[in-house]
Design a protein around this ligand. Structure first.
Ligand code: FES
Ligand SMILES: [Fe+2]
Length: 426
């Protein structure tokens, strides 16, 4: 048989349940909204890095599941997170992406978060410290103690990342949430303070999970000329792809042959602590974050879904805070030559997911997206994606291969090989 007609093209693939997904999970508005409600509002999200809030009164703003969030460093140097929403009439308190409250502004009192609408003020612990014309308007019916900000769960963990969770009732710490997935990089990232040296963001016309998929599978290294030249050898094909509880995965390391690519050199001299020279680990965390350490530079991608077919990806590059200016420049060169906005690899991935996104827009006919490669849970196996969608199905109680149906744990566990991976890595 050669090409297929519509009926053949639309019928279920010749693979087992759990080895493909329905493309509507990448395009459906209701599913997107449900993901925000059921997943993003209940997961730990590493919203930024502590080095972006170096001084007391420094702040950074972001959103989680469309909710405005502000992260601030107090006078006591502790980092705290709040909803960036005024308790008076629901105005967004701070609209700048980052800054410092130490100095006043025309509508802001020094060392306070000031809502510009009616000038209520809050300290760095979220306590309301000033209500304009309080007694005149509220007499003794309402006072500052009644109108503090909504504080959010916040932990600084794993090399200084600031993790926030909107759910007060989450029972897991970030360590529990990671379930061992961060262990392979923890010694390298926790040895000494890190610093963000690169930040850029991109708004991409595709579903956030398509970006996460590119990080979860390495079969697409055929897309990356650099990776083929510096990587395709026995050690590369033996890299393990391991699943962890809560939908996270690791891609094991090997030694990259940077010298094989014209103009590139070994990164041994600036290796992160405890990392063998030129090694390369990846960690993909549910629902949309990636830590990627290539010898001398750490990259972190954070995905913020903006719509079923729109995602904001924030890319951070990190090095050691102790770098000399020369070391820092070399690290930046290493990072940017592969992962900068004009780097060798990043735009290749962006072109691929944008092309996927253009075939999976909200009005597109549903398609079957295959993830059925089995290669002994090594790098070209697609077990990382299967593991992710198994978790996704559980959180939404929808079958990834037929989102109109409820999730059936037993059907997927049989075919994905995912259980074995989780147990092996537990
Ligand atoms: S809405 Fe913030 S002070 Fe009124
Ligand atoms: Fe890639």
């Amino acid at each position: 048989m050669s090409a297929r007609n519509h009926e053949q093209w639309s019928s279920p693939p010749k693979l087992a349940e759990g080895e493909w997904v329905d493309s509507r999970i990448y395009s459906d508005q209701a599913i997107f909204e449900e993901e925000n409600e059921k997943i993003f509002k209940h997961a730990w999200i590493p919203v930024c890095h502590e080095s972006e809030l170096k001084d007391a009164y420094a702040f950074r703003t972001m959103t989680i599941a469309n909710e405005p969030v502000i992260v601030v460093r107090g006078k006591d140097m502790q980092v705290r997170a709040f909803l960036n929403v005024c308790p008076h009439r629901g105005n967004m308190i701070e609209r700048r992406p980052s800054g410092n409250f130490k100095d006043g502004t025309p509508s802001g009192t020094p060392k306070r978060m000031t809502c510009m609408f009616h000038a209520w003020q809050f300290d760095m612990k979220g306590k309301c410290v000033y209500i304009s014309r309080q007694e005149e308007g509220y007499q003794d019916r309402l006072c500052t103690a009644d109108v503090g900000l909504r504080e959010l769960k916040c932990e600084v963990y794993f090399g200084g990342f600031v993790w926030v969770c909107l759910d007060d009732n989450i029972e897991m710490t970030v360590e529990d949430w990671a379930a061992g997935a961060l262990d392979c990089l923890a010694p390298s990232l926790n040895e000494e303070p890190l610093e963000v040296f690169h930040y850029h963001k991109a708004i991409i016309p595709c579903n956030y999970k398509l970006w996460h998929d590119t990080n979860c599978e390495f079969y697409h290294d055929f897309l990356h000329y650099h990776n083929r030249i510096t990587g395709f050898n026995d050690a590369y094909f033996a890299r393990k792809n391991s699943g962890f509880k809560n939908g996270h995965i690791n891609v094991g390391s090997f030694e990259v042959q940077y010298d094989n690519y014209e103009g590139f050199h070994s990164r041994e001299e600036l290796s992160f602590p405890h990392l063998p020279p030129n090694h390369w680990y990846m960690i993909d965390m549910f629902p949309g974050v990636n830590f990627n350490l290539r010898g001398s530079a750490l990259r972190c991608d954070l995905m913020t879904p903006l719509g079923p077919d729109k995602v904001m990806i924030e890319f951070r590059g990190l090095g050691l805070a102790s770098d000399t200016p020369e070391e820092r420049q070399t690290r930046i060169d290493h990072h940017n030559s592969i992962w900068g906005p004009f780097g060798r690899n990043l735009h290749e991935d962006l072109i691929a997911v944008t092309a996927q996104g253009s075939c999976m827009h909200p009005n597109a006919e549903k398609r079957n997206i295959l993830q059925g490669r089995h290669e002994n849970e090594t790098i070209h196996d697609e077990n990382g994606m299967r593991h992710y969608y198994h978790e996704w199905g559980r959180w939404l109680n929808r079958s990834p291969s037929n989102p109109d149906e409820e999730f059936d744990e037993s059907l997927i566990a049989q075919s994905s090989g995912e259980q074995a991976a989780v147990q092996a890595s537990a």
